[in-house]
Design a protein around this ligand. Structure first.
Ligand code: F6P
Length: 423
């Protein structure tokens, strides 16, 4: 994990990748603050690795201390993100050569790539460039994903906040449907993100902790969707409680392995674009049980809801950015700072380096013992794991207009030195 020669000068390049979160900019703040404290200049790539390939770099030293501090409470990705897969060095050498050219032209010695498991794979490939192409570069992966599906780390920055948003929304919407159920809506369906792993859906389970409390059903992508069992449980719940709240992961599939809600498009990694399982389930409830329903698809709202962020998550997001810079400057390569849980109650955690090779391309799903035997709820073990992650509020400054004071960076471009390149 250590490289041969320690760079004594040079710049650090930071890039955001994949789906953004409510707290990814807190990680950026952790990176920039820490690098500044060590006298290292940080460039950011515009739109992730694409900015590095296109030589579209941003000079973060042009930003004030206050602007960087405000990143800690600003959602979205301040420098832009991308879904772009670097292919193998063997088949796409020109792309790697271009990357090295850009890194060399701007004296970039450290590269920090902030993303999920696909991005960890990209970071790993870049960390190997030094050997393969004779340029001295250290690459550190920095964890982020609302999906919470990265291997090795106990949880992923971004998840705690989407988990809090989901649990709170489940609770609030359930109070609404309970009020209306006598004469109007009987079933409320909330669809949440999570392509293959049901962590976000599971977090909804924190809204209530007894059989009649919402959510009454959670549909996990880890389980095959069983229409008959689903309808039977919805019916039994409405008959017993008077109404029913369902939380469904966008990634649920039928017995043939097909997503219930596939939009028909795919991203650069070949992942299906999902979204729309709630109306499919609602139609079933109406057709087969005759109940009036409402459904909601918070979509980007859930991963950008900084007003409802978890304090724990915001702190962890900052801490991984800080640690990533410390690792880079300590001459480490091909590692990722991961969150290690040292105690459930009281919740305690620390950051440690883990090899990127153990994180890249692995997907951590919900363990079987986190899902109740009937497949529709979370167990006490899951609650123990999830509960600390939504702890604490991370308040925002609000302006006179009643809106949060989010920062818009200047994002000053670093003058280009190379001819244009089309990735
Ligand atoms: O990668 C996280 C994620 O939020 C998934 O849960 C979701 O399916 C996907 O991103 C949406 O991606 P995009 O913003 O590229 O459509």
């Amino acid at each position: 994990m250590k490289s041969n020669t320690k760079p004594t000068s040079g710049r650090l390049l930071y890039a955001q990748s994949g789906g953004v979160t409510a707290v990814i900019n807190a990680t950026a703040a952790g990176v920039i603050d820490t690098a500044r404290a060590h006298g290292v200049k940080v460039y950011a790539a515009r739109n992730g690795i694409l900015g590095a390939l296109r030589e579209e770099l941003i000079d973060t030293s042009k930003e004030s201390k206050a602007a960087i501090a405000a990143l800690r409470h600003t959602p979205g990705g301040a420098f832009g993100s991308c879904r772009y897969k670097l292919k193998s060095l063997e088949t796409h050498r020109a792309e790697y050569e271009r990357l090295i050219e850009v890194l060399r032209a701007h004296d970039i010695r450290w590269f920090l790539y902030n993303g999920g498991n696909d991005s960890a794979d990209t970071a790993l490939k870049i960390s190997q460039l030094g050997k393969a192409m004779g340029y001295d570069i250290r690459c550190i992966g920095v964890p982020k994903t609302v999906d919470n599906d990265l291997a090795v780390t106990d949880c992923c920055p971004g998840f705690g906040s989407v988990a809090k948003y989901t649990a709170v929304s489940t609770l609030e919407a359930s109070l609404d449907v309970a009020s209306m159920a006598d004469t109007s809506t009987k079933v409320f369906i909330l669809e949440v993100m999570g392509r293959h792993a049901g962590w976000i859906a599971a977090a909804a389970g924190l809204a209530g902790d007894h059989a009649d409390a919402p959510p009454h059903l959670i549909l996990f992508p880890e389980n095959v969707f069983d229409e008959a069992a689903f309808l039977a449980k919805v019916k039994a719940t409405v008959e017993r409680v008077g109404w029913c709240t369902v939380v469904a992961s966008e990634g649920i599939r039928n017995a043939a392995g097909q997503f219930l809600a596939e939009a028909g498009t795919r991203d650069a990694f070949g992942h299906s674009q999902l979204g729309g399982v709630a109306p499919v389930l609602a139609a079933l409830v109406k057709d087969k049980l005759g109940y009036k329903y409402h459904w909601a698809l918070p979509d980007y709202l859930q991963r950008s809801a900084r007003h409802l962020a978890s304090k724990t998550d915001a702190e962890q997001a900052y801490a991984v950015g800080k640690a990533a810079v410390q690792y880079a400057l300590a001459d480490m390569n091909a590692v990722m700072p991961v969150i290690v849980r040292t105690s459930d109650v009281p919740y305690r955690w620390k950051i440690e380096p883990a090899p990127l090779s153990k994180v890249a391309n692995h997907e951590k799903k919900m363990p079987r013992n986190f899902i109740t035997r009937d497949g529709f709820g979370i167990t006490a073990a899951a609650r123990r794991y999830l509960a600390p992650l939504i702890q604490g509020e991370a308040p925002l400054p609000y302006g006179k207009d009643g809106l949060p004071k989010y920062v818009q960076l200047k994002n000053a471009a670093v003058p280009g030195k190379l001819p244009p390149f089309k990735p």
